[in-house]
Design a protein around this ligand. Structure first.
Ligand code: AMP
Length: 187
């Protein structure tokens, strides 16, 4: 029996997936799991994970899968995910997506929708420069967009083949995007 169904956000950096994932998590009363947030917190607290992840995050590269996979396994196994969950920033490459598929079947969970928030490249750069997070320098932004293109973009095809992909226009007002996403979750 399926215990929980979840939503995966795939969009590129600057697509607004963090904002939307957080909002939907409040609206639906299910946890928002952001690997980027978990890593930033670990870096601030200088935990062993944070110390290992710092250099990659600062460069705009993906941290090694070995640092992320156990963390996701532990997080999804917690009791609060049984009503559902929203993953933001995971999976980021094909290896992580295969791991997640296996983990979800082990836990009797299922991913229902995989959302790709579509935003033109020039809008992404503009938004990221305005956001001003620590890892949002011009050089890292360019690197992160390249890493997205090379490693995360192939997941669009991966999930399209599983008939789970939902493309959503992210180049609109945040509340318009939220409305489309809530409709999608209900329908
Ligand atoms: P985000 O907040 O999702 O933009 O993530 C910020 C940074 O954290 C990324 O640029 C990566 O360095 C790292 N990161 C977040 N999620 C992952 C992941 N699933 N795999 C590897 N690195 C990640």
């Amino acid at each position: 029996m399926i215990k929980a169904t979840g939503l995966i956000f795939l969009g590129p950096p600057g697509s607004g997936k963090g904002t939307q994932a957080q909002l939907l998590s409040k609206l639906a009363g299910i946890p928002h799991i952001s690997t980027g947030e978990i890593l930033r917190e670990a870096i601030d607290l200088q935990t062993p994970l944070g110390q290992q992840a710092k250099i990659y995050v600062e460069r705009g590269e993906l941290v090694p899968d070995s640092l992320i996979l156990d963390l996701i396994r532990e997080r999804l196994a917690q009791a609060d995910t049984e009503q559902g969950w929203i993953l933001d920033g995971f999976p980021r490459n094909v290896n992580q997506a295969i791991f997640l598929d296996n983990l979800l079947s082990e836990l009797n969970h299922r991913s229902e929708h995989v959302v790709n928030l579509e935003v033109p490249q020039e809008v992404l750069v503009e938004r990221l420069l305005l956001r001003g997070r620590k890892d949002d320098t011009e050089e890292t932004i360019r690197r992160r967009l390249q890493v997205y293109q090379d490693q995360t973009f192939p997941l669009i095809e991966y999930y399209r083949q599983q008939s789970k992909l939902c493309a959503v226009n992210g180049n609109r007002l945040p509340e318009e995007v939220t409305e489309s996403l809530t409709k999608m979750m209900k329908g």
